[in-house]
Design a protein around this ligand. Structure first.
Ligand SMILES: *[C@@H]1O[C@H](CO)[C@@H](O)[C@H](O)[C@H]1NC(C)=O
Ligand SMILES: *[C@@H]1O[C@H](CO)[C@@H](O)[C@H](O)[C@H]1NC(C)=O
Ligand SMILES: *[C@@H]1O[C@H](CO)[C@@H](O)[C@H](O)[C@H]1NC(C)=O
Length: 153
C-alpha cells in the first residue's frame, strides 16, 4: 500500500448565491477526504466571488479502505449571530490522480473550475481548485504518521 500527501489548492469561487439579506456573505469551505476534514479561512464580506488562495493537505493511502476516492468541497456562509448557511457543494474524483501519482511519484490536476450545486443539484456557481498528489518515498518511515496508520489494517 502506498502512502502520500494529497494537497488541495483552493483558488476562488464565482457566482455563489447570496443568503444574507443585508450585506454580503462570508464564504468559507469545508474540505473533506474520506474521514478527514479541513477548513479554509473565512473570506469576509467577499460575497458571491470569494478568493482564498489557500492549500490544505491530507495524508492518503492508496489503495486504502473504501472505494470512494473523492474530495468534497462544502461551501458555507459564516454568520456571527446565527447558524452558518449552506451555499453549495462540489466534488472532485481523485482515483486516477492517486493511481498515476503512485506510479509516477507525483501527479497533478491543474486548477480547474468545478460546478457548485445545491441540495437538489441546482447550479449555484463554480469553484476553482487544483489537486496534487505526492508519494511518500520512504515507506519504512511510518513512525511519523503515529496513530494514523492504526485505523487501517
Ligand atoms: C463578525 O465577527 C468578525 C470578528 O469576530 C468581525 O470582523 C466581523 O465584522 C463580524 N461581522 C459582522 C457582520 O458583524
Ligand atoms: C511525473 O513526475 C514528474 C516529476 O517527477 C512530473 O514532472 C510529471 O508531470 C509527472 N507526470 C505526470 C503524467 O503527472
Ligand atoms: C432547488 O433548491 C433551491 C434552494 O435550495 C430552490 O431555490 C430551487 O427552487 C430548487 N429548484 C428546484 C428545481 O427544486
Amino acid at each position: 500500500m502506498a502512502v502520500g500527501i494529497l494537497e488541495v489548492l483552493l483558488v476562488n469561487a464565482k457566482g455563489l448565491r447570496n443568503t444574507d439579506f443585508l450585506g454580503k456573505t462570508d464564504p468559507y469551505v469545508i474540505i473533506k477526504y474520506k474521514s478527514q476534514e479541513r477548513q479554509s479561512s473565512v473570506a469576509r464580506g467577499q460575497g458571491s466571488n470569494p478568493k482564498w488562495d489557500e492549500k490544505v493537505r491530507f495524508k492518503v493511502e492508496y489503495p486504502g479502505q473504501g472505494g470512494d476516492y473523492k474530495v468534497t468541497l462544502r461551501i458555507m456562509d459564516h454568520d456571527n449571530f446565527s447558524a452558518d448557511d449552506f451555499l453549495g457543494e462540489a466534488e472532485i474524483y481523485v482515483k486516477d490522480l492517486l493511481a498515476l501519482g503512485v506510479e509516477n511519484g507525483t501527479a497533478e490536476l491543474k486548477p480547474l473550475k468545478y460546478r457548485v450545486v445545491g441540495e437538489n443539484a441546482t447550479y449555484f456557481g463554480e469553484i476553482q481548485v487544483g489537486v496534487t498528489f505526492t508519494l511518500k518515498a520512504d515507506d519504512n518511515n511510518q513512525e511519523e504518521y503515529g496513530g494514523w496508520r492504526e485505523s487501517n489494517f
